[in-house]
Design a protein around this ligand. Structure first.
Ligand code: GDP
Length: 330
């Protein structure tokens, strides 16, 4: 068995065509939940859902979130109502006292559903209704995710990083805001001054994740700050990574990032936005997979290949490089 740590883009892209090297039934995925928010009363888990939809054959591969060809009638109606009622649009945090009331898993990340600031499709929403209802009936996020994985026909074990709430907060000159407000609501503005994983110190690793992390681990080409950072903040995960063979794929080619806000976030937390900075952020990684054009000199074994992940053939090639790197350290 091999366990992958995933955010919402890099690792799913790697797994999308890696089945010949890493068969789904022989792998587990631990997904980041720092990006999760409660929106209009529903718990939305973007990174878990991307894996759910990818492995279920339903993912919108243009965006790497949501269900392909989903309708959005409810979302559109929320906007029509807000406009007709002259209500505000854009991300709206519920009041401060609401952030620590209600269901525990949604602490510090509760948003109004008025003019829903994230695009939620109709079938996508059905997942959030089911998940939230099962959570409210007393099931853990791990147990609920297992049920949803069955519903989508997954052969792979899909695990949330914790059953406790961890909220990724971006500190900016305009004050702290949840990652989704900063990234989706404000397009990655304003400047990042720091990143906090609120709740991290009280969150613990689940038995299922502990078991999965006893196997060799692959850190896909993820955002080291907002996808791996929340996991490393959970008590027990960093320790487990130190104790098992870990291969990490860089999301950079030297100091060029493939996509997304990783460079700004790395700089914001005082790390070099580059492969060298990623290696520093992952002291537990025993080997790296770097792009053939990435000449970064690391103090650990490196396997190089073209790390662009646009097609199934790309995933297969990078997966073989990961397997080679694992063979060196496992
Ligand atoms: P999220 O979408 O914020 O949850 O992001 P992830 O942590 O899953 O992944 C974001 C990272 O994926 C970014 O830092 C990108 O550089 C990286 N990424 C995206 N596409 C590719 C690719 O084709 N190849 C590689 N190596 N990395 C990629």
């Amino acid at each position: 068995m091999v366990t992958f740590l995933a955010g919402g883009t890099g690792t799913p892209k790697l797994l999308a065509g890696a089945g010949d090297v890493f068969a789904p039934e022989r792998t587990a995925v631990v997904a980041n939940t720092g990006d999760d928010i409660e929106l209009g009363g529903l718990l939305v888990c973007p990174d878990l859902d991307t894996m759910l939809f990818l492995d279920g054959g339903e993912l919108d591969r243009e965006t790497w979130w949501g269900i392909a060809d989903d309708t959005a009638e409810t979302h559109d109606e929320l906007h029509r109502l807000a406009t007709a009622a002259d209500l505000p649009t854009g991300p709206q945090y519920l009041p401060a006292d609401a952030q620590t009331a209600g269901r525990n898993i949604a602490r510090h990340r509760r948003f109004s559903g008025v003019a829903e600031f994230m695009h939620i499709g109709d079938r996508d929403r059905a997942v959030h209704v089911t998940r939230t209802s099962l959570l409210d009936a007393g099931h853990s996020l791990t147990a609920v995710t297992r049920r949803l994985a069955d519903a989508f026909g997954l052969d792979r074990e899909l695990l949330p990083m914790s059953d406790d709430p961890v909220a990724t907060m971006i500190h900016t000159p305009d004050g702290p805001m949840h990652f989704q407000e900063w990234w989706v609501g404000r397009s990655g503005q304003p400047a990042v001054e720091d990143v906090e994983f609120r709740g991290g110190e009280a969150a613990s690793v689940t038995d299922a994740v502990r078991r999965a992390l006893a196997d060799p681990v692959v850190v896909g080409p993820s955002n080291p700050v907002t996808s791996l950072g929340p996991m490393l903040a959970v008590d027990g995960i960093r320790e487990a990574l130190v104790d098992t063979p870990v291969v990490a794929v860089s999301p950079f080619v030297e100091d060029e990032v493939f996509s997304g806000p990783a460079a700004d976030l790395m700089a914001g937390v005082g790390r070099e936005p580059s492969t060298a900075g990623v290696a520093e952020a992952y002291p537990f990684a025993d080997a790296f997979v770097l792009d053939s054009d990435d000449g970064t000199d690391l103090d650990r074994p490196v396997v190089r290949t073209d790390t662009a992940l646009d097609t199934g053939a790309d995933s297969d090639r990078v997966a073989r490089a990961v397997a080679d790197a694992l063979a060196e350290v496992a």
